[in-house]
Design a protein around this ligand. Structure first.
Ligand code: MSP
Length: 523
């Protein structure tokens, strides 16, 4: 049983048939933000991501590319691994399902499920969508052009008839419903939970868990004519990384069950129905939470190969920088909802919140301190009600609100709260007008600038998980020591020390100039 001071968070593992795009980096950035936040809050965190490398879809992609599946997976998996640097993920492990440690884990889980009496050999005849790597019943399908059968996801289905091992999923219906009832937060958001419950209430059919028509997969123990269905293989990755099948090892005891698997809404069923059933079958605890986020469209359209509208994470970073890209992805749409990406929105959001908001607040304040206080943190006098109110918001209320939001994975709300305090500080600058105080009341000017600098310290500390490099720059400029940057330092007891020299202020969040405007400006 994982302990209370540990936190294990995972992304889905990415299929290596395609290049990474915005939708892929979205989950990983969200997990990264949550992982960094918990670490700064003193929790022992494990954050896992990786690639899903078996199955028919990958085999067909390799055939199309004219390379072996192993060559394809090595190449494409590296593209996902490169994102660790491109998007600045702080993952503790990167798993590939073709690794030996994983094959061993998947086979062990298979064996245990078999030993539990939950597997039998039969024949599968039915519909399969390679794109989704999923089985569908006739009633779920619609007719497409040329008599093709189409899955609800839009994927084309093919008729499959082959010998297959089955998992007795039908016997898990009541136990799953009971589990959802006892663990009301297991599936989040609530609307998604209701969807899953209705699906399970509608009745579950046994699940085909092996294939014989191709061989790019983990061999079934004791019958290597069969390879495992890619989803039973893939889901096991979450346990491989913590040492499964050794359930007595430190890592496993510390981190299993996982605190949250963050997934896209399209793969919720695999995580919220099949995965807990497999785990309960072998007497292991299911993860504590499955959170399904929504899907991004790009400029109003579904991301698709044929439209060629996928945005590479590296393209975002070239245009906006890593931190601003991360911020935009997390702030723009409520985590859980669908949303639309447009460059116009990205520019507006980044400029409003980061360049004109937090960045400008820091630049103005620090420049005033640099110029008017000999580059040293001024000593505050007596605090007024307004001073105390802003300080209290920054040092106490904000972190409490952000913690509450992030516990519910409401990342956009946490950022809204940060921006609300930023606006409050902006309004405070306007009403206090420190530039006017320079001659009239320099002591009061010192107090006002101190209150602002201390507010910025707290804002920068809280923003570290989302904009790590930029927040570090802000904290450097305020001369906050490296070992005073975790969340235990967000309090009045650790407020900025008067007299400390600050660095010459430099802008942290550049204003994004839209291309047309840039071109016009360049003449
Ligand atoms: N390999 C499976 C997951 C196995 S987990 C044990 C898979 N891979 S995937 O590469 O197709 O998708 C990975 C994740 O990217 C999924 O969570 C999916 O929802 C997400 N996204 C893919 N396109 C997306 C958008 N357009 N928007 C947001 N997320 C999207 O499924």
């Amino acid at each position: 049983m994982s302990d209370n001071n540990s936190f294990y968070i995972t992304t889905p593992i990415y299929y290596v048939n395609d290049k990474p795009h915005l939708g892929h980096t979205y989950t990983a950035v969200a997990c990264d933000v949550l992982a960094r936040f918990k670490r700064l809050d003193g929790v022992d965190v494990k954050f896992l991501t990786g690639t899903d490398e078996h199955g028919l879809k990958i085999m067909q992609a390799a055939e199309k590319a004219g390379v072996s599946p192993q060559e394809l997976t090595d190449r494409v998996s590296q593209n996902f691994r490169d994102l660790v640097d491109v998007m600045n993920y702080s993952n503790d492990d990167f798993i590939r399902t073709t690794e030996e440690r994983h094959i061993k884990a998947a086979q062990a889980l298979w064996q245990k499920i078999t030993d539990a009496g939950d597997v039998y050999l039969d024949k599968y005849s039915g519909w399969y969508a390679v794109r989704d790597e999923a089985y569908y019943t006739e009633s779920e399908l619609t007719d497409g052009p040329g008599g093709k059968k189409i899955a609800p996801s839009g994927a084309e289905c093919e008729w499959v008839e082959e010998e297959s091992y089955f998992f007795k999923l039908s016997e898990w219906q009541d136990r799953l419903l009971d589990f959802y009832k006892k663990n009301p937060n297991f599936i989040q958001p609530d609307s998604r939970r209701n969807e899953v419950i209705s699906f399970v209430e509608g009745g579950l059919r046994d699940l085909s868990i092996s294939r014989t028509a191709f061989d790019w997969g983990v061999p079934v123990p004791g019958d290597d004519k069969h390879i495992m269905y890619v989803w039973i293989d893939a889901l096991t990755n979450y346990m491989t990384s913590v040492g499964y099948p050794d359930t007595e090892c430190e890592e496993f005891k510390k981190f299993w069950p996982a605190d949250v698997h963050v997934v896209g809404k399209d793969i919720l069923r695999f995580h919220a129905v099949y995965w807990p059933a497999f785990l309960m079958s072998v007497g292991l605890e299911p993860p504590k939470k499955i959170f399904a986020h929504g899907w991004w469209t790009v400029e109003g359209q579904k991301i698709s190969k044929s439209l060629g509208n996928a945005i590479a994470p590296s393209e975002l970073v070239e245009r906006y920088g890593v931190d601003a890209s991360r911020y935009f992805l997390m702030r723009e749409i409520p985590f859980g909802n669908d949303g639309n990406f447009s460059h116009e929105h990205a520019v507006n959001r980044i400029n409003a919140d980061l360049a004109n908001g937090l960045g400008n607040l820091a630049q103005r304040t620090l420049s005033m301190i640099y110029k008017n206080c000999d580059g040293k943190m001024p000593a505050p006098g007596t605090f007024t009600g307004e001073d105390k109110n802003l300080l209290n918001d920054a040092q106490v209320r904000l972190i409490d609100a952000v913690r509450g939001d992030l516990d519910k994975l409401q990342i956009h709300r946490a950022l809204e709260a940060v921006m609300a305090v930023t606006s409050e500080a902006d309004a405070y600058v306007d009403t206090q007008a420190p530039w006017k105080l320079k001659k009239e009341d320099p002591e009061r000017m010192g107090t006002v600038l101190y209150v602002l600098a201390e507010t910025i310290r707290c804002l920068a500390l809280i923003m570290q998980p989302v904009v790590p490099a930029s927040a570090a720059k802000m904290l450097d400029q305020l001369a906050v020591p490296d070992n005073e940057r975790d969340f235990s330092f967000i309090s009045a007891d650790h407020a900025l020390k008067p007299g400390v020299e600050i660095a010459k202020p430099e802008g942290v969040f550049p204003r994004i100039v839209e291309e047309e405007k840039q071109e016009a400006a360049n003449g």
